[in-house]
Design a protein around this ligand. Structure first.
Ligand code: CP
Length: 373
């Protein structure tokens, strides 16, 4: 009798989950991603889910989070909610900024870091892990070294899942915060994203942030992309095709030579953890270093310098020299600050509280100088 009851309960739960998923899948793209026509209860797995209208919505909500990030006030709108922050691959800023964003909205964070500390190391499937952990959380952020693993995990999850990076495939929240930063930097010069001239430099093959950002930028008009990388680390062909099909101008070179009329110079790290061997990765280390001298030689005086970070500051690499730290066009730490705003916006939207955040405002009781930095 008990077994029968349990069987019925399990199947009822699965059926409800199935219908929940159908309800959430109001529109599928040709890549199978659910478009963000509305956000509540949705997984955020790929930039393919975003059209311009959805991006503008995220940015509007991100702007509304600025007073909370600057500690002018705080909110308890997610009091009682739990974020499962699952990072099966190294991370500093994505993991901590997801946690910080959730805390700033009043929620609590439970973390799992590293594959070896999880039951995945004992052969547990992503589906089982998702079924279990989604019972403990209201939303999950996840990074995993395998391509498409976060989407596979989401299949088993009963709560929204946000992709914090899946192998070489995608890093959608990084792309959104990069685009948010580009929009802000362009506004500073009274310009928009349409018409942007962007140079991407470094490991464009394994760098998932440049893959996701390029796809998002294809939604805008009349862009000029310049890809500068060793031939072996060039941008995947399908992304170059996507850019060409969207009618943008594309220049590909393996030389950092001459002058680039770029509004944005987006530098990336050699993703040595994705190479077949360390020796193979070492071949490319230190290619295309950017310091104040090379910046002045190849870029405009107003070219904004971006990097998803971490930058490899070891002497052999030194891909973005510390002598650029005082250059006002270096936007790398504005990017990391913006990451908190964009992740707060995604949590508020996927949990359906974006219009209620200020209803739960509280004063800030401690000294803070964040508003002045
Ligand atoms: N940009 C980024 O993904 O950094 P982390 O690897 O530190 O999360």
């Amino acid at each position: 009798m008990l077994t029968l009851l349990f069987y019925l309960y399990e199947n009822l739960a699965s059926s409800l989950h199935f219908f929940d998923k159908l309800k959430g899948s109001d529109y599928l793209t040709n890549t199978g991603a659910v478009l963000m026509t509305q956000f509540t209860g949705k997984h955020v797995l790929s930039v393919a889910q975003f059209e311009r209208e959805a991006i503008e919505k995220v940015f509007l909500v991100a702007d509304s989070m600025i007073p909370y990030a600057l500690r002018k006030k705080r909110t308890q709108v997610l009091e009682g909610a739990i974020l499962g922050n699952l990072f099966f691959e190294p991370s500093t800023r994505t993991r901590v900024s997801f946690g910080t964003a959730f805390n700033l909205l009043g929620g609590e964070v439970r973390e799992t870091t590293g594959m070896r500390n999880s039951a995945l190391a004992k052969g547990e499937s992503l589906y089982d892990t998702a079924r279990v952990l989604s019972g403990y959380s209201d939303i999950i952020a996840m990074r995993h070294p395998q391509e498409d693993s976060v989407a596979e995990f989401a299949e088993g999850s009963r709560v929204p899942v946000i992709n914090g990076g899946d192998g070489t495939n995608e890093h959608p929240t990084q792309a959104l915060l990069d685009l948010y930063t580009i929009e802000k930097e362009r506004k500073f010069h009274d310009e928009g994203i349409d018409g942007l001239n962007i140079a991407m430099i470094g490991d464009l093959k394994y760098g998932r942030t440049v893959h996701s950002l390029s796809k998002l930028l294809c939604l805008y008009k009349d862009l000029h992309f310049t890809f500068i990388s060793p031939q072996e680390l060039s941008m995947p062909t399908y992304i170059c095709d996507m850019i060409a099909n969207a009618g943008h101008k594309l220049t590909i070179t393996d030389q950092l030579e001459g002058s680039f009329n770029a509004d944005i110079c987006y530098q990336t790290r050699i993703q040595e953890e994705r190479f077949p061997s360390q020796d193979e990765a070492n071949k490319y280390r230190g290619k295309f270093r950017l310091n104040q001298q090379t910046y002045t030689k190849h870029f405009q005086s107003k070219t904004v310098i971006m990097h998803p970070l971490p930058r490899d500051s070891r002497a052999q690499a030194n891909e973005l020299d510390n002598d650029l730290n005082l250059n006002p066009n270096l936007a790398i730490f504005r990017q990391t600050d913006n990451g908190v705003l964009v992740r707060m916006a995604l949590f508020a939207l996927t949990l359906g509280v974006e219009d209620k955040v200020s209803d739960f405002d509280r004063p800030v009781n401690w000294y803070s100088n964040k508003g002045q930095s």
